[in-house]
Design a protein around this ligand. Structure first.
Ligand SMILES: Cc1ncc(COP(=O)(O)O)c(C=O)c1O
Length: 407
């Protein structure tokens, strides 16, 4: 279970710390007439990240791990110290930094785990469990792994991680039944990019036992809530995330590997020049996020999401998808703690892509399509509001008044 998030209060105001955090985003401050509500797609960048990149490029830009002159040494040092920073951010107490690998984002990270770790690990008759209703970035690599193995004559069974109907959570009881003696691996998601729910990864560990490897797609949780790998309730083997969703530059991201179950994770082949500016931005982003505090970000975005969900539910013309809908009916502490800063909905009559355009004409930047959900097509389009620390109560209330006028 993720760390406890306090229950949202009924009438939130933007607290001082949040106002100060919002002021750190030049693009947000420059456009008070707009509301950026698409942070699940990518986050805005705080001044500290922009400055770190500018400082690096204007004082010591060079390649990493190659030259011996000061700029090259400085770049190498920045890259290596970012591995340590990632471990620290994830509360990994082990001193060995070999388990941290840079990638261009979650998609490449998951593909790398599949190709370079899972494929060599599996034997004929092994089984893996994968999420057929999550982001397709967390499905395609595992299906591809099965194909690669089949080419070598190794037949692996891919089972669908079962879901509960309606809530968007995995069905942990059905999971108990799906796990067998040949289950070797589970691919799971920390926070669902459509339903906004915390997917209760601790229940997956309970179901599969201590020996099965779990790979966590943390694209929607890093930077949004504490992700601590020393927490026994987050006993996973890989954490994969995108820097750009966590306030760093696009093209940055990382895989963290525990290296305790199965062989040590070593991506294959020559890695080439790392994305040094992206890595510099990632370090600055993690520093900034730790200063603000992922707990506070989680509390704040949950509070805004709750306000939106509850009021949207009362308008009558909207269907809120996934756990956000079920939570309005179930306001117990445990359920409220599962709610995160993503709210996805449909209008009963207005197509979602039209609704997206209408909302932008009022200054709201939301996502309106099939959200890259595995198996979804244009008919499954919905509107997603995804929040971060810079969003405000006023933005939510303005959005609600436009949505009410369309109801
Ligand atoms: C849950 C989840 N996984 C994976 C991805 C893919 O991330 P990226 O495009 O940064 O590789 C996303 C992006 O939205 C996501 O939400």
């Amino acid at each position: 279970m993720s760390p406890t998030v306090p229950l949202p209060s009924a009438e939130p105001e933007n607290p001082l710390w949040q106002q100060e955090a919002r002021r750190q985003f030049p693009i947000v401050i420059a456009h008070p007439e707009l509301a950026y509500l698409d942070s699940a797609a990518t986050s805005q960048k705080p001044r500290a990240v922009l400055e770190a990149v500018q400082t690096y490029l204007t004082t010591s830009n060079a390649n990493a791990g190659r030259g011996t002159y000061p700029w090259a040494n400085r770049t190498t040092e920045l890259v290596e110290s970012t591995r340590d920073r990632i471990k620290e951010f994830l509360h990994d107490p082990e001193p060995d930094r070999s388990g941290v690998h840079f990638t261009s984002g979650t998609t490449e990270g998951l593909r790398t785990v599949a190709r370079d770790w899972l494929v060599p690990c599996l034997a004929d008759g092994d089984e893996i469990l994968v999420p057929y209703g999550d982001h397709r970035a967390n499905l395609d690599p595992w299906i591809e792994a099965r194909r690669l193995l089949a080419e070598r004559g190794v037949q692996v069974r891919v089972q669908a991680l079962p879901y509960q109907t309606g809530s968007g959570d995995y069905d942990h009881r059905a999971l108990d039944r799906a796990v067998g003696p040949r289950t070797r691996f589970v691919a799971a998601t920390h926070v669902h990019h459509v339903y906004g729910g915390d997917m209760n990864v601790h229940r997956i560990r309970e179901a599969v036992g201590p020996d099965v490897a779990i790979c966590l797609d943390a694209a929607q949780s890093i930077g949004h809530l504490p992700v601590h790998v020393d927490d026994p309730s987050l006993d996973v083997d890989f954490v994969v995330f995108s820097g750009h969703k966590a306030m760093a530059l696009p093209g940055s991201g990382a895989i963290w590997a525990r290296n305790a179950r199965g062989p040590e994770f070593r991506p294959d082949g020559w890695q080439g020049t790392p994305n040094t500016t992206g890595i510099v931005s990632l370090k600055a982003a993690l520093d900034w996020l730790d200063t603000v505090g992922p707990e506070r970000v989680a509390h704040w975005t949950t509070l805004l999401a709750t306000r939106l969900t509850d009021r949207l539910g009362r308008l009558g013309s909207y269907e809120v998808l996934g756990c956000q809908a079920s939570l309005s009916a179930d306001s117990t502490l445990a359920a409220a703690q599962r709610r995160r800063g993503i709210v996805t909905f449909r209008h009963h009559d207005i197509p979602s892509d039209d609704l997206g355009f209408i909302l932008f004409s009022h200054g709201f930047m939301v996502r309106a399509d099939n959200l890259c959900q595995a198996g979804a097509d244009a008919r499954d389009a919905s509107v997603r509001v995804s929040l971060h620390v810079y969003n405000t109560v006023e933005e939510i209330d303005r959005l609600l008044s436009v949505l009410a006028s369309l109801a």
